[in-house]
Design a protein around this ligand. Structure first.
Ligand SMILES: Cc1ncc(COP(=O)(O)O)c(C=O)c1O
Length: 397
């Protein structure tokens, strides 16, 4: 078999192994608690569901333009104008099958084989694989753990080589929940301009903010940064629409055309019914969102209190998204019931086997001293799961 070298280097999600195991245990009747979910545990708001049903009944079930229906591109551009405060046209928007496709389109548009793309660690598990998928090389720059994962600017500048083409930003971040400040974003932009780089800015968690944190986009700095940036967003998180598969890019018109050409051959248009549902979603106020945020906020506080009052583990307060990174440094190297914990993957696997609690290991996110807990799960599950984690980490020797 003569297969692609490039594709054989792509790793499937390591975290899926844990997830699959948790699902199987649940199917076998076990009382598994999962902190793995990267999706809101809320239903898609009714007005969006109704718009989709109307679209089907009205016969909106055919192909559309590859970049999306013009009314949706227009509506998204208006939403961007309102949120960001700069002019945006339908021509700047391309509608995609989830933000995953938006990211891949963006990296396709920017990278050639041999280019390097800087990724700040900890990072979302798909970024390195996506960079490899477009033939480029991921270069990791560690953030400052002790300062709530703030950017280390010396490390960033030192990582730039002649091959560096772009950086990926993700604020608020999955997995750390870190939110980049205005000042940090401006410093990043200065470096980007100095070395003539492009930016892929994944802002999918931009509405999920706590403790008064504010979202600032690198595209808000000036026209030059808008030309250098492909902004990624989507409907999965803020509108509880993970299964609908809807994302979009905001970019310079020329880049939008390149991504549209690519998409027209790769997948064609994103799902037509979802496009009509999204048109309704972004054209009205999402009145269910404040409740969702309030609930996430209460769960986050509860979780932080519990984790920080448990021996052997700790967590800093994340300012955004719906994850808490739990530091398990003091547990690594120890054993539970005779089983040695040498990595975050071991921790996750042994925790699942011994206590029926699923967590995401930090290793595949570039942070092996951590596990990631999602609070996109009910308070009842959170209480039960944290009781189990407590007796596990307090029981290591
Ligand atoms: C940081 C980040 N970006 C992008 C995505 C992709 O979202 P989707 O493809 O569901 O729109 C996710 C999903 O978990 C994510 O966490």
């Amino acid at each position: 078999m003569r297969l692609s070298e490039k594709c054989q280097k792509i790793q499937g999600s390591v975290t899926l192994a844990i997830d699959a195991k948790a699902k199987k245990m649940r199917a076998d009747g076990m009382d598994v608690v999962s902190f793995g979910a990267g999706e809101p545990d809320f239903q898609t708001p009714k007005y969006i569901v109704e718009a989709a049903m109307n679209a089907i009944q009205d016969g909106q079930t055919k192909y559309t333009a590859a970049a999306g229906i013009p009314q949706l591109r227009e509506a998204v551009s208006k939403l961007v104008e309102k949120k960001m405060g700069y002019p945006c046209k339908a021509e700047n928007i391309v509608i995609n099958t989830g933000a995953k496709q938006s990211l891949l389109n963006a990296l396709q548009a920017v990278c050639d084989c041999g280019d390097e793309v800087i990724i700040f660690a900890p990072y979302w598990v798909s970024y390195p694989e996506m960079v490899k998928m477009v033939g480029a090389t991921p270069v990791f720059v560690k953030t400052q753990e002790e300062k709530n994962f703030a950017i280390d600017f010396d490390a960033f500048e030192n990582a730039i080589t002649e091959k560096t083409k772009a950086i990926i930003l993700n604020s608020p971040s999955n997995p750390s929940g870190a939110v980049l400040s205005d000042e940090e974003i401006r410093k990043i932009a200065d470096i980007v301009k100095k070395y003539d780089l492009m930016v892929v800015s994944d802002e999918i968690y931009d509405c999920l903010l706590y403790d008064g944190a504010k979202h600032f986009s690198i595209t808000q700095i000036d026209e030059e940064m808008r030309q250098r940036t492909i902004l990624i967003n989507g409907m999965s998180k803020a509108y509880a629409m993970t299964g609908w598969r809807m994302g979009y890019t905001v970019s310079d018109e020329k880049i939008a055309k390149i991504m549209t050409a690519w998409q027209s051959h790769a997948t064609g248009n994103p799902n037509t019914i979802t496009q009509y549902a999204t048109l309704a979603a972004v054209s009205q106020e999402n009145t269910e969102f404040p409740n969702m945020l309030k609930e996430f906020s209460a769960r986050r506080e509860y979780m932080l209190d519990r984790i920080n009052s448990t021996k052997n583990i700790s967590a800093q307060a994340p300012k955004g998204a719906f994850y808490v990174m739990v530091c398990i440094k003091d547990v690594i190297g120890k054993s539970y019931n005779g089983k040695k914990i040498n990595s975050s993957m071991d921790f996750a696997q042994i925790l699942l086997d011994e206590t029926m609690t699923a967590v995401v290991p930090g290793g595949p996110f570039g942070a092996d001293n951590y596990i990631r807990l999602s609070y996109a799960t009910s308070m009842e599950n959170i209480c039960k799961g944290l009781d189990r984690i407590k007796s596990f980490v307090e029981g290591v020797v």
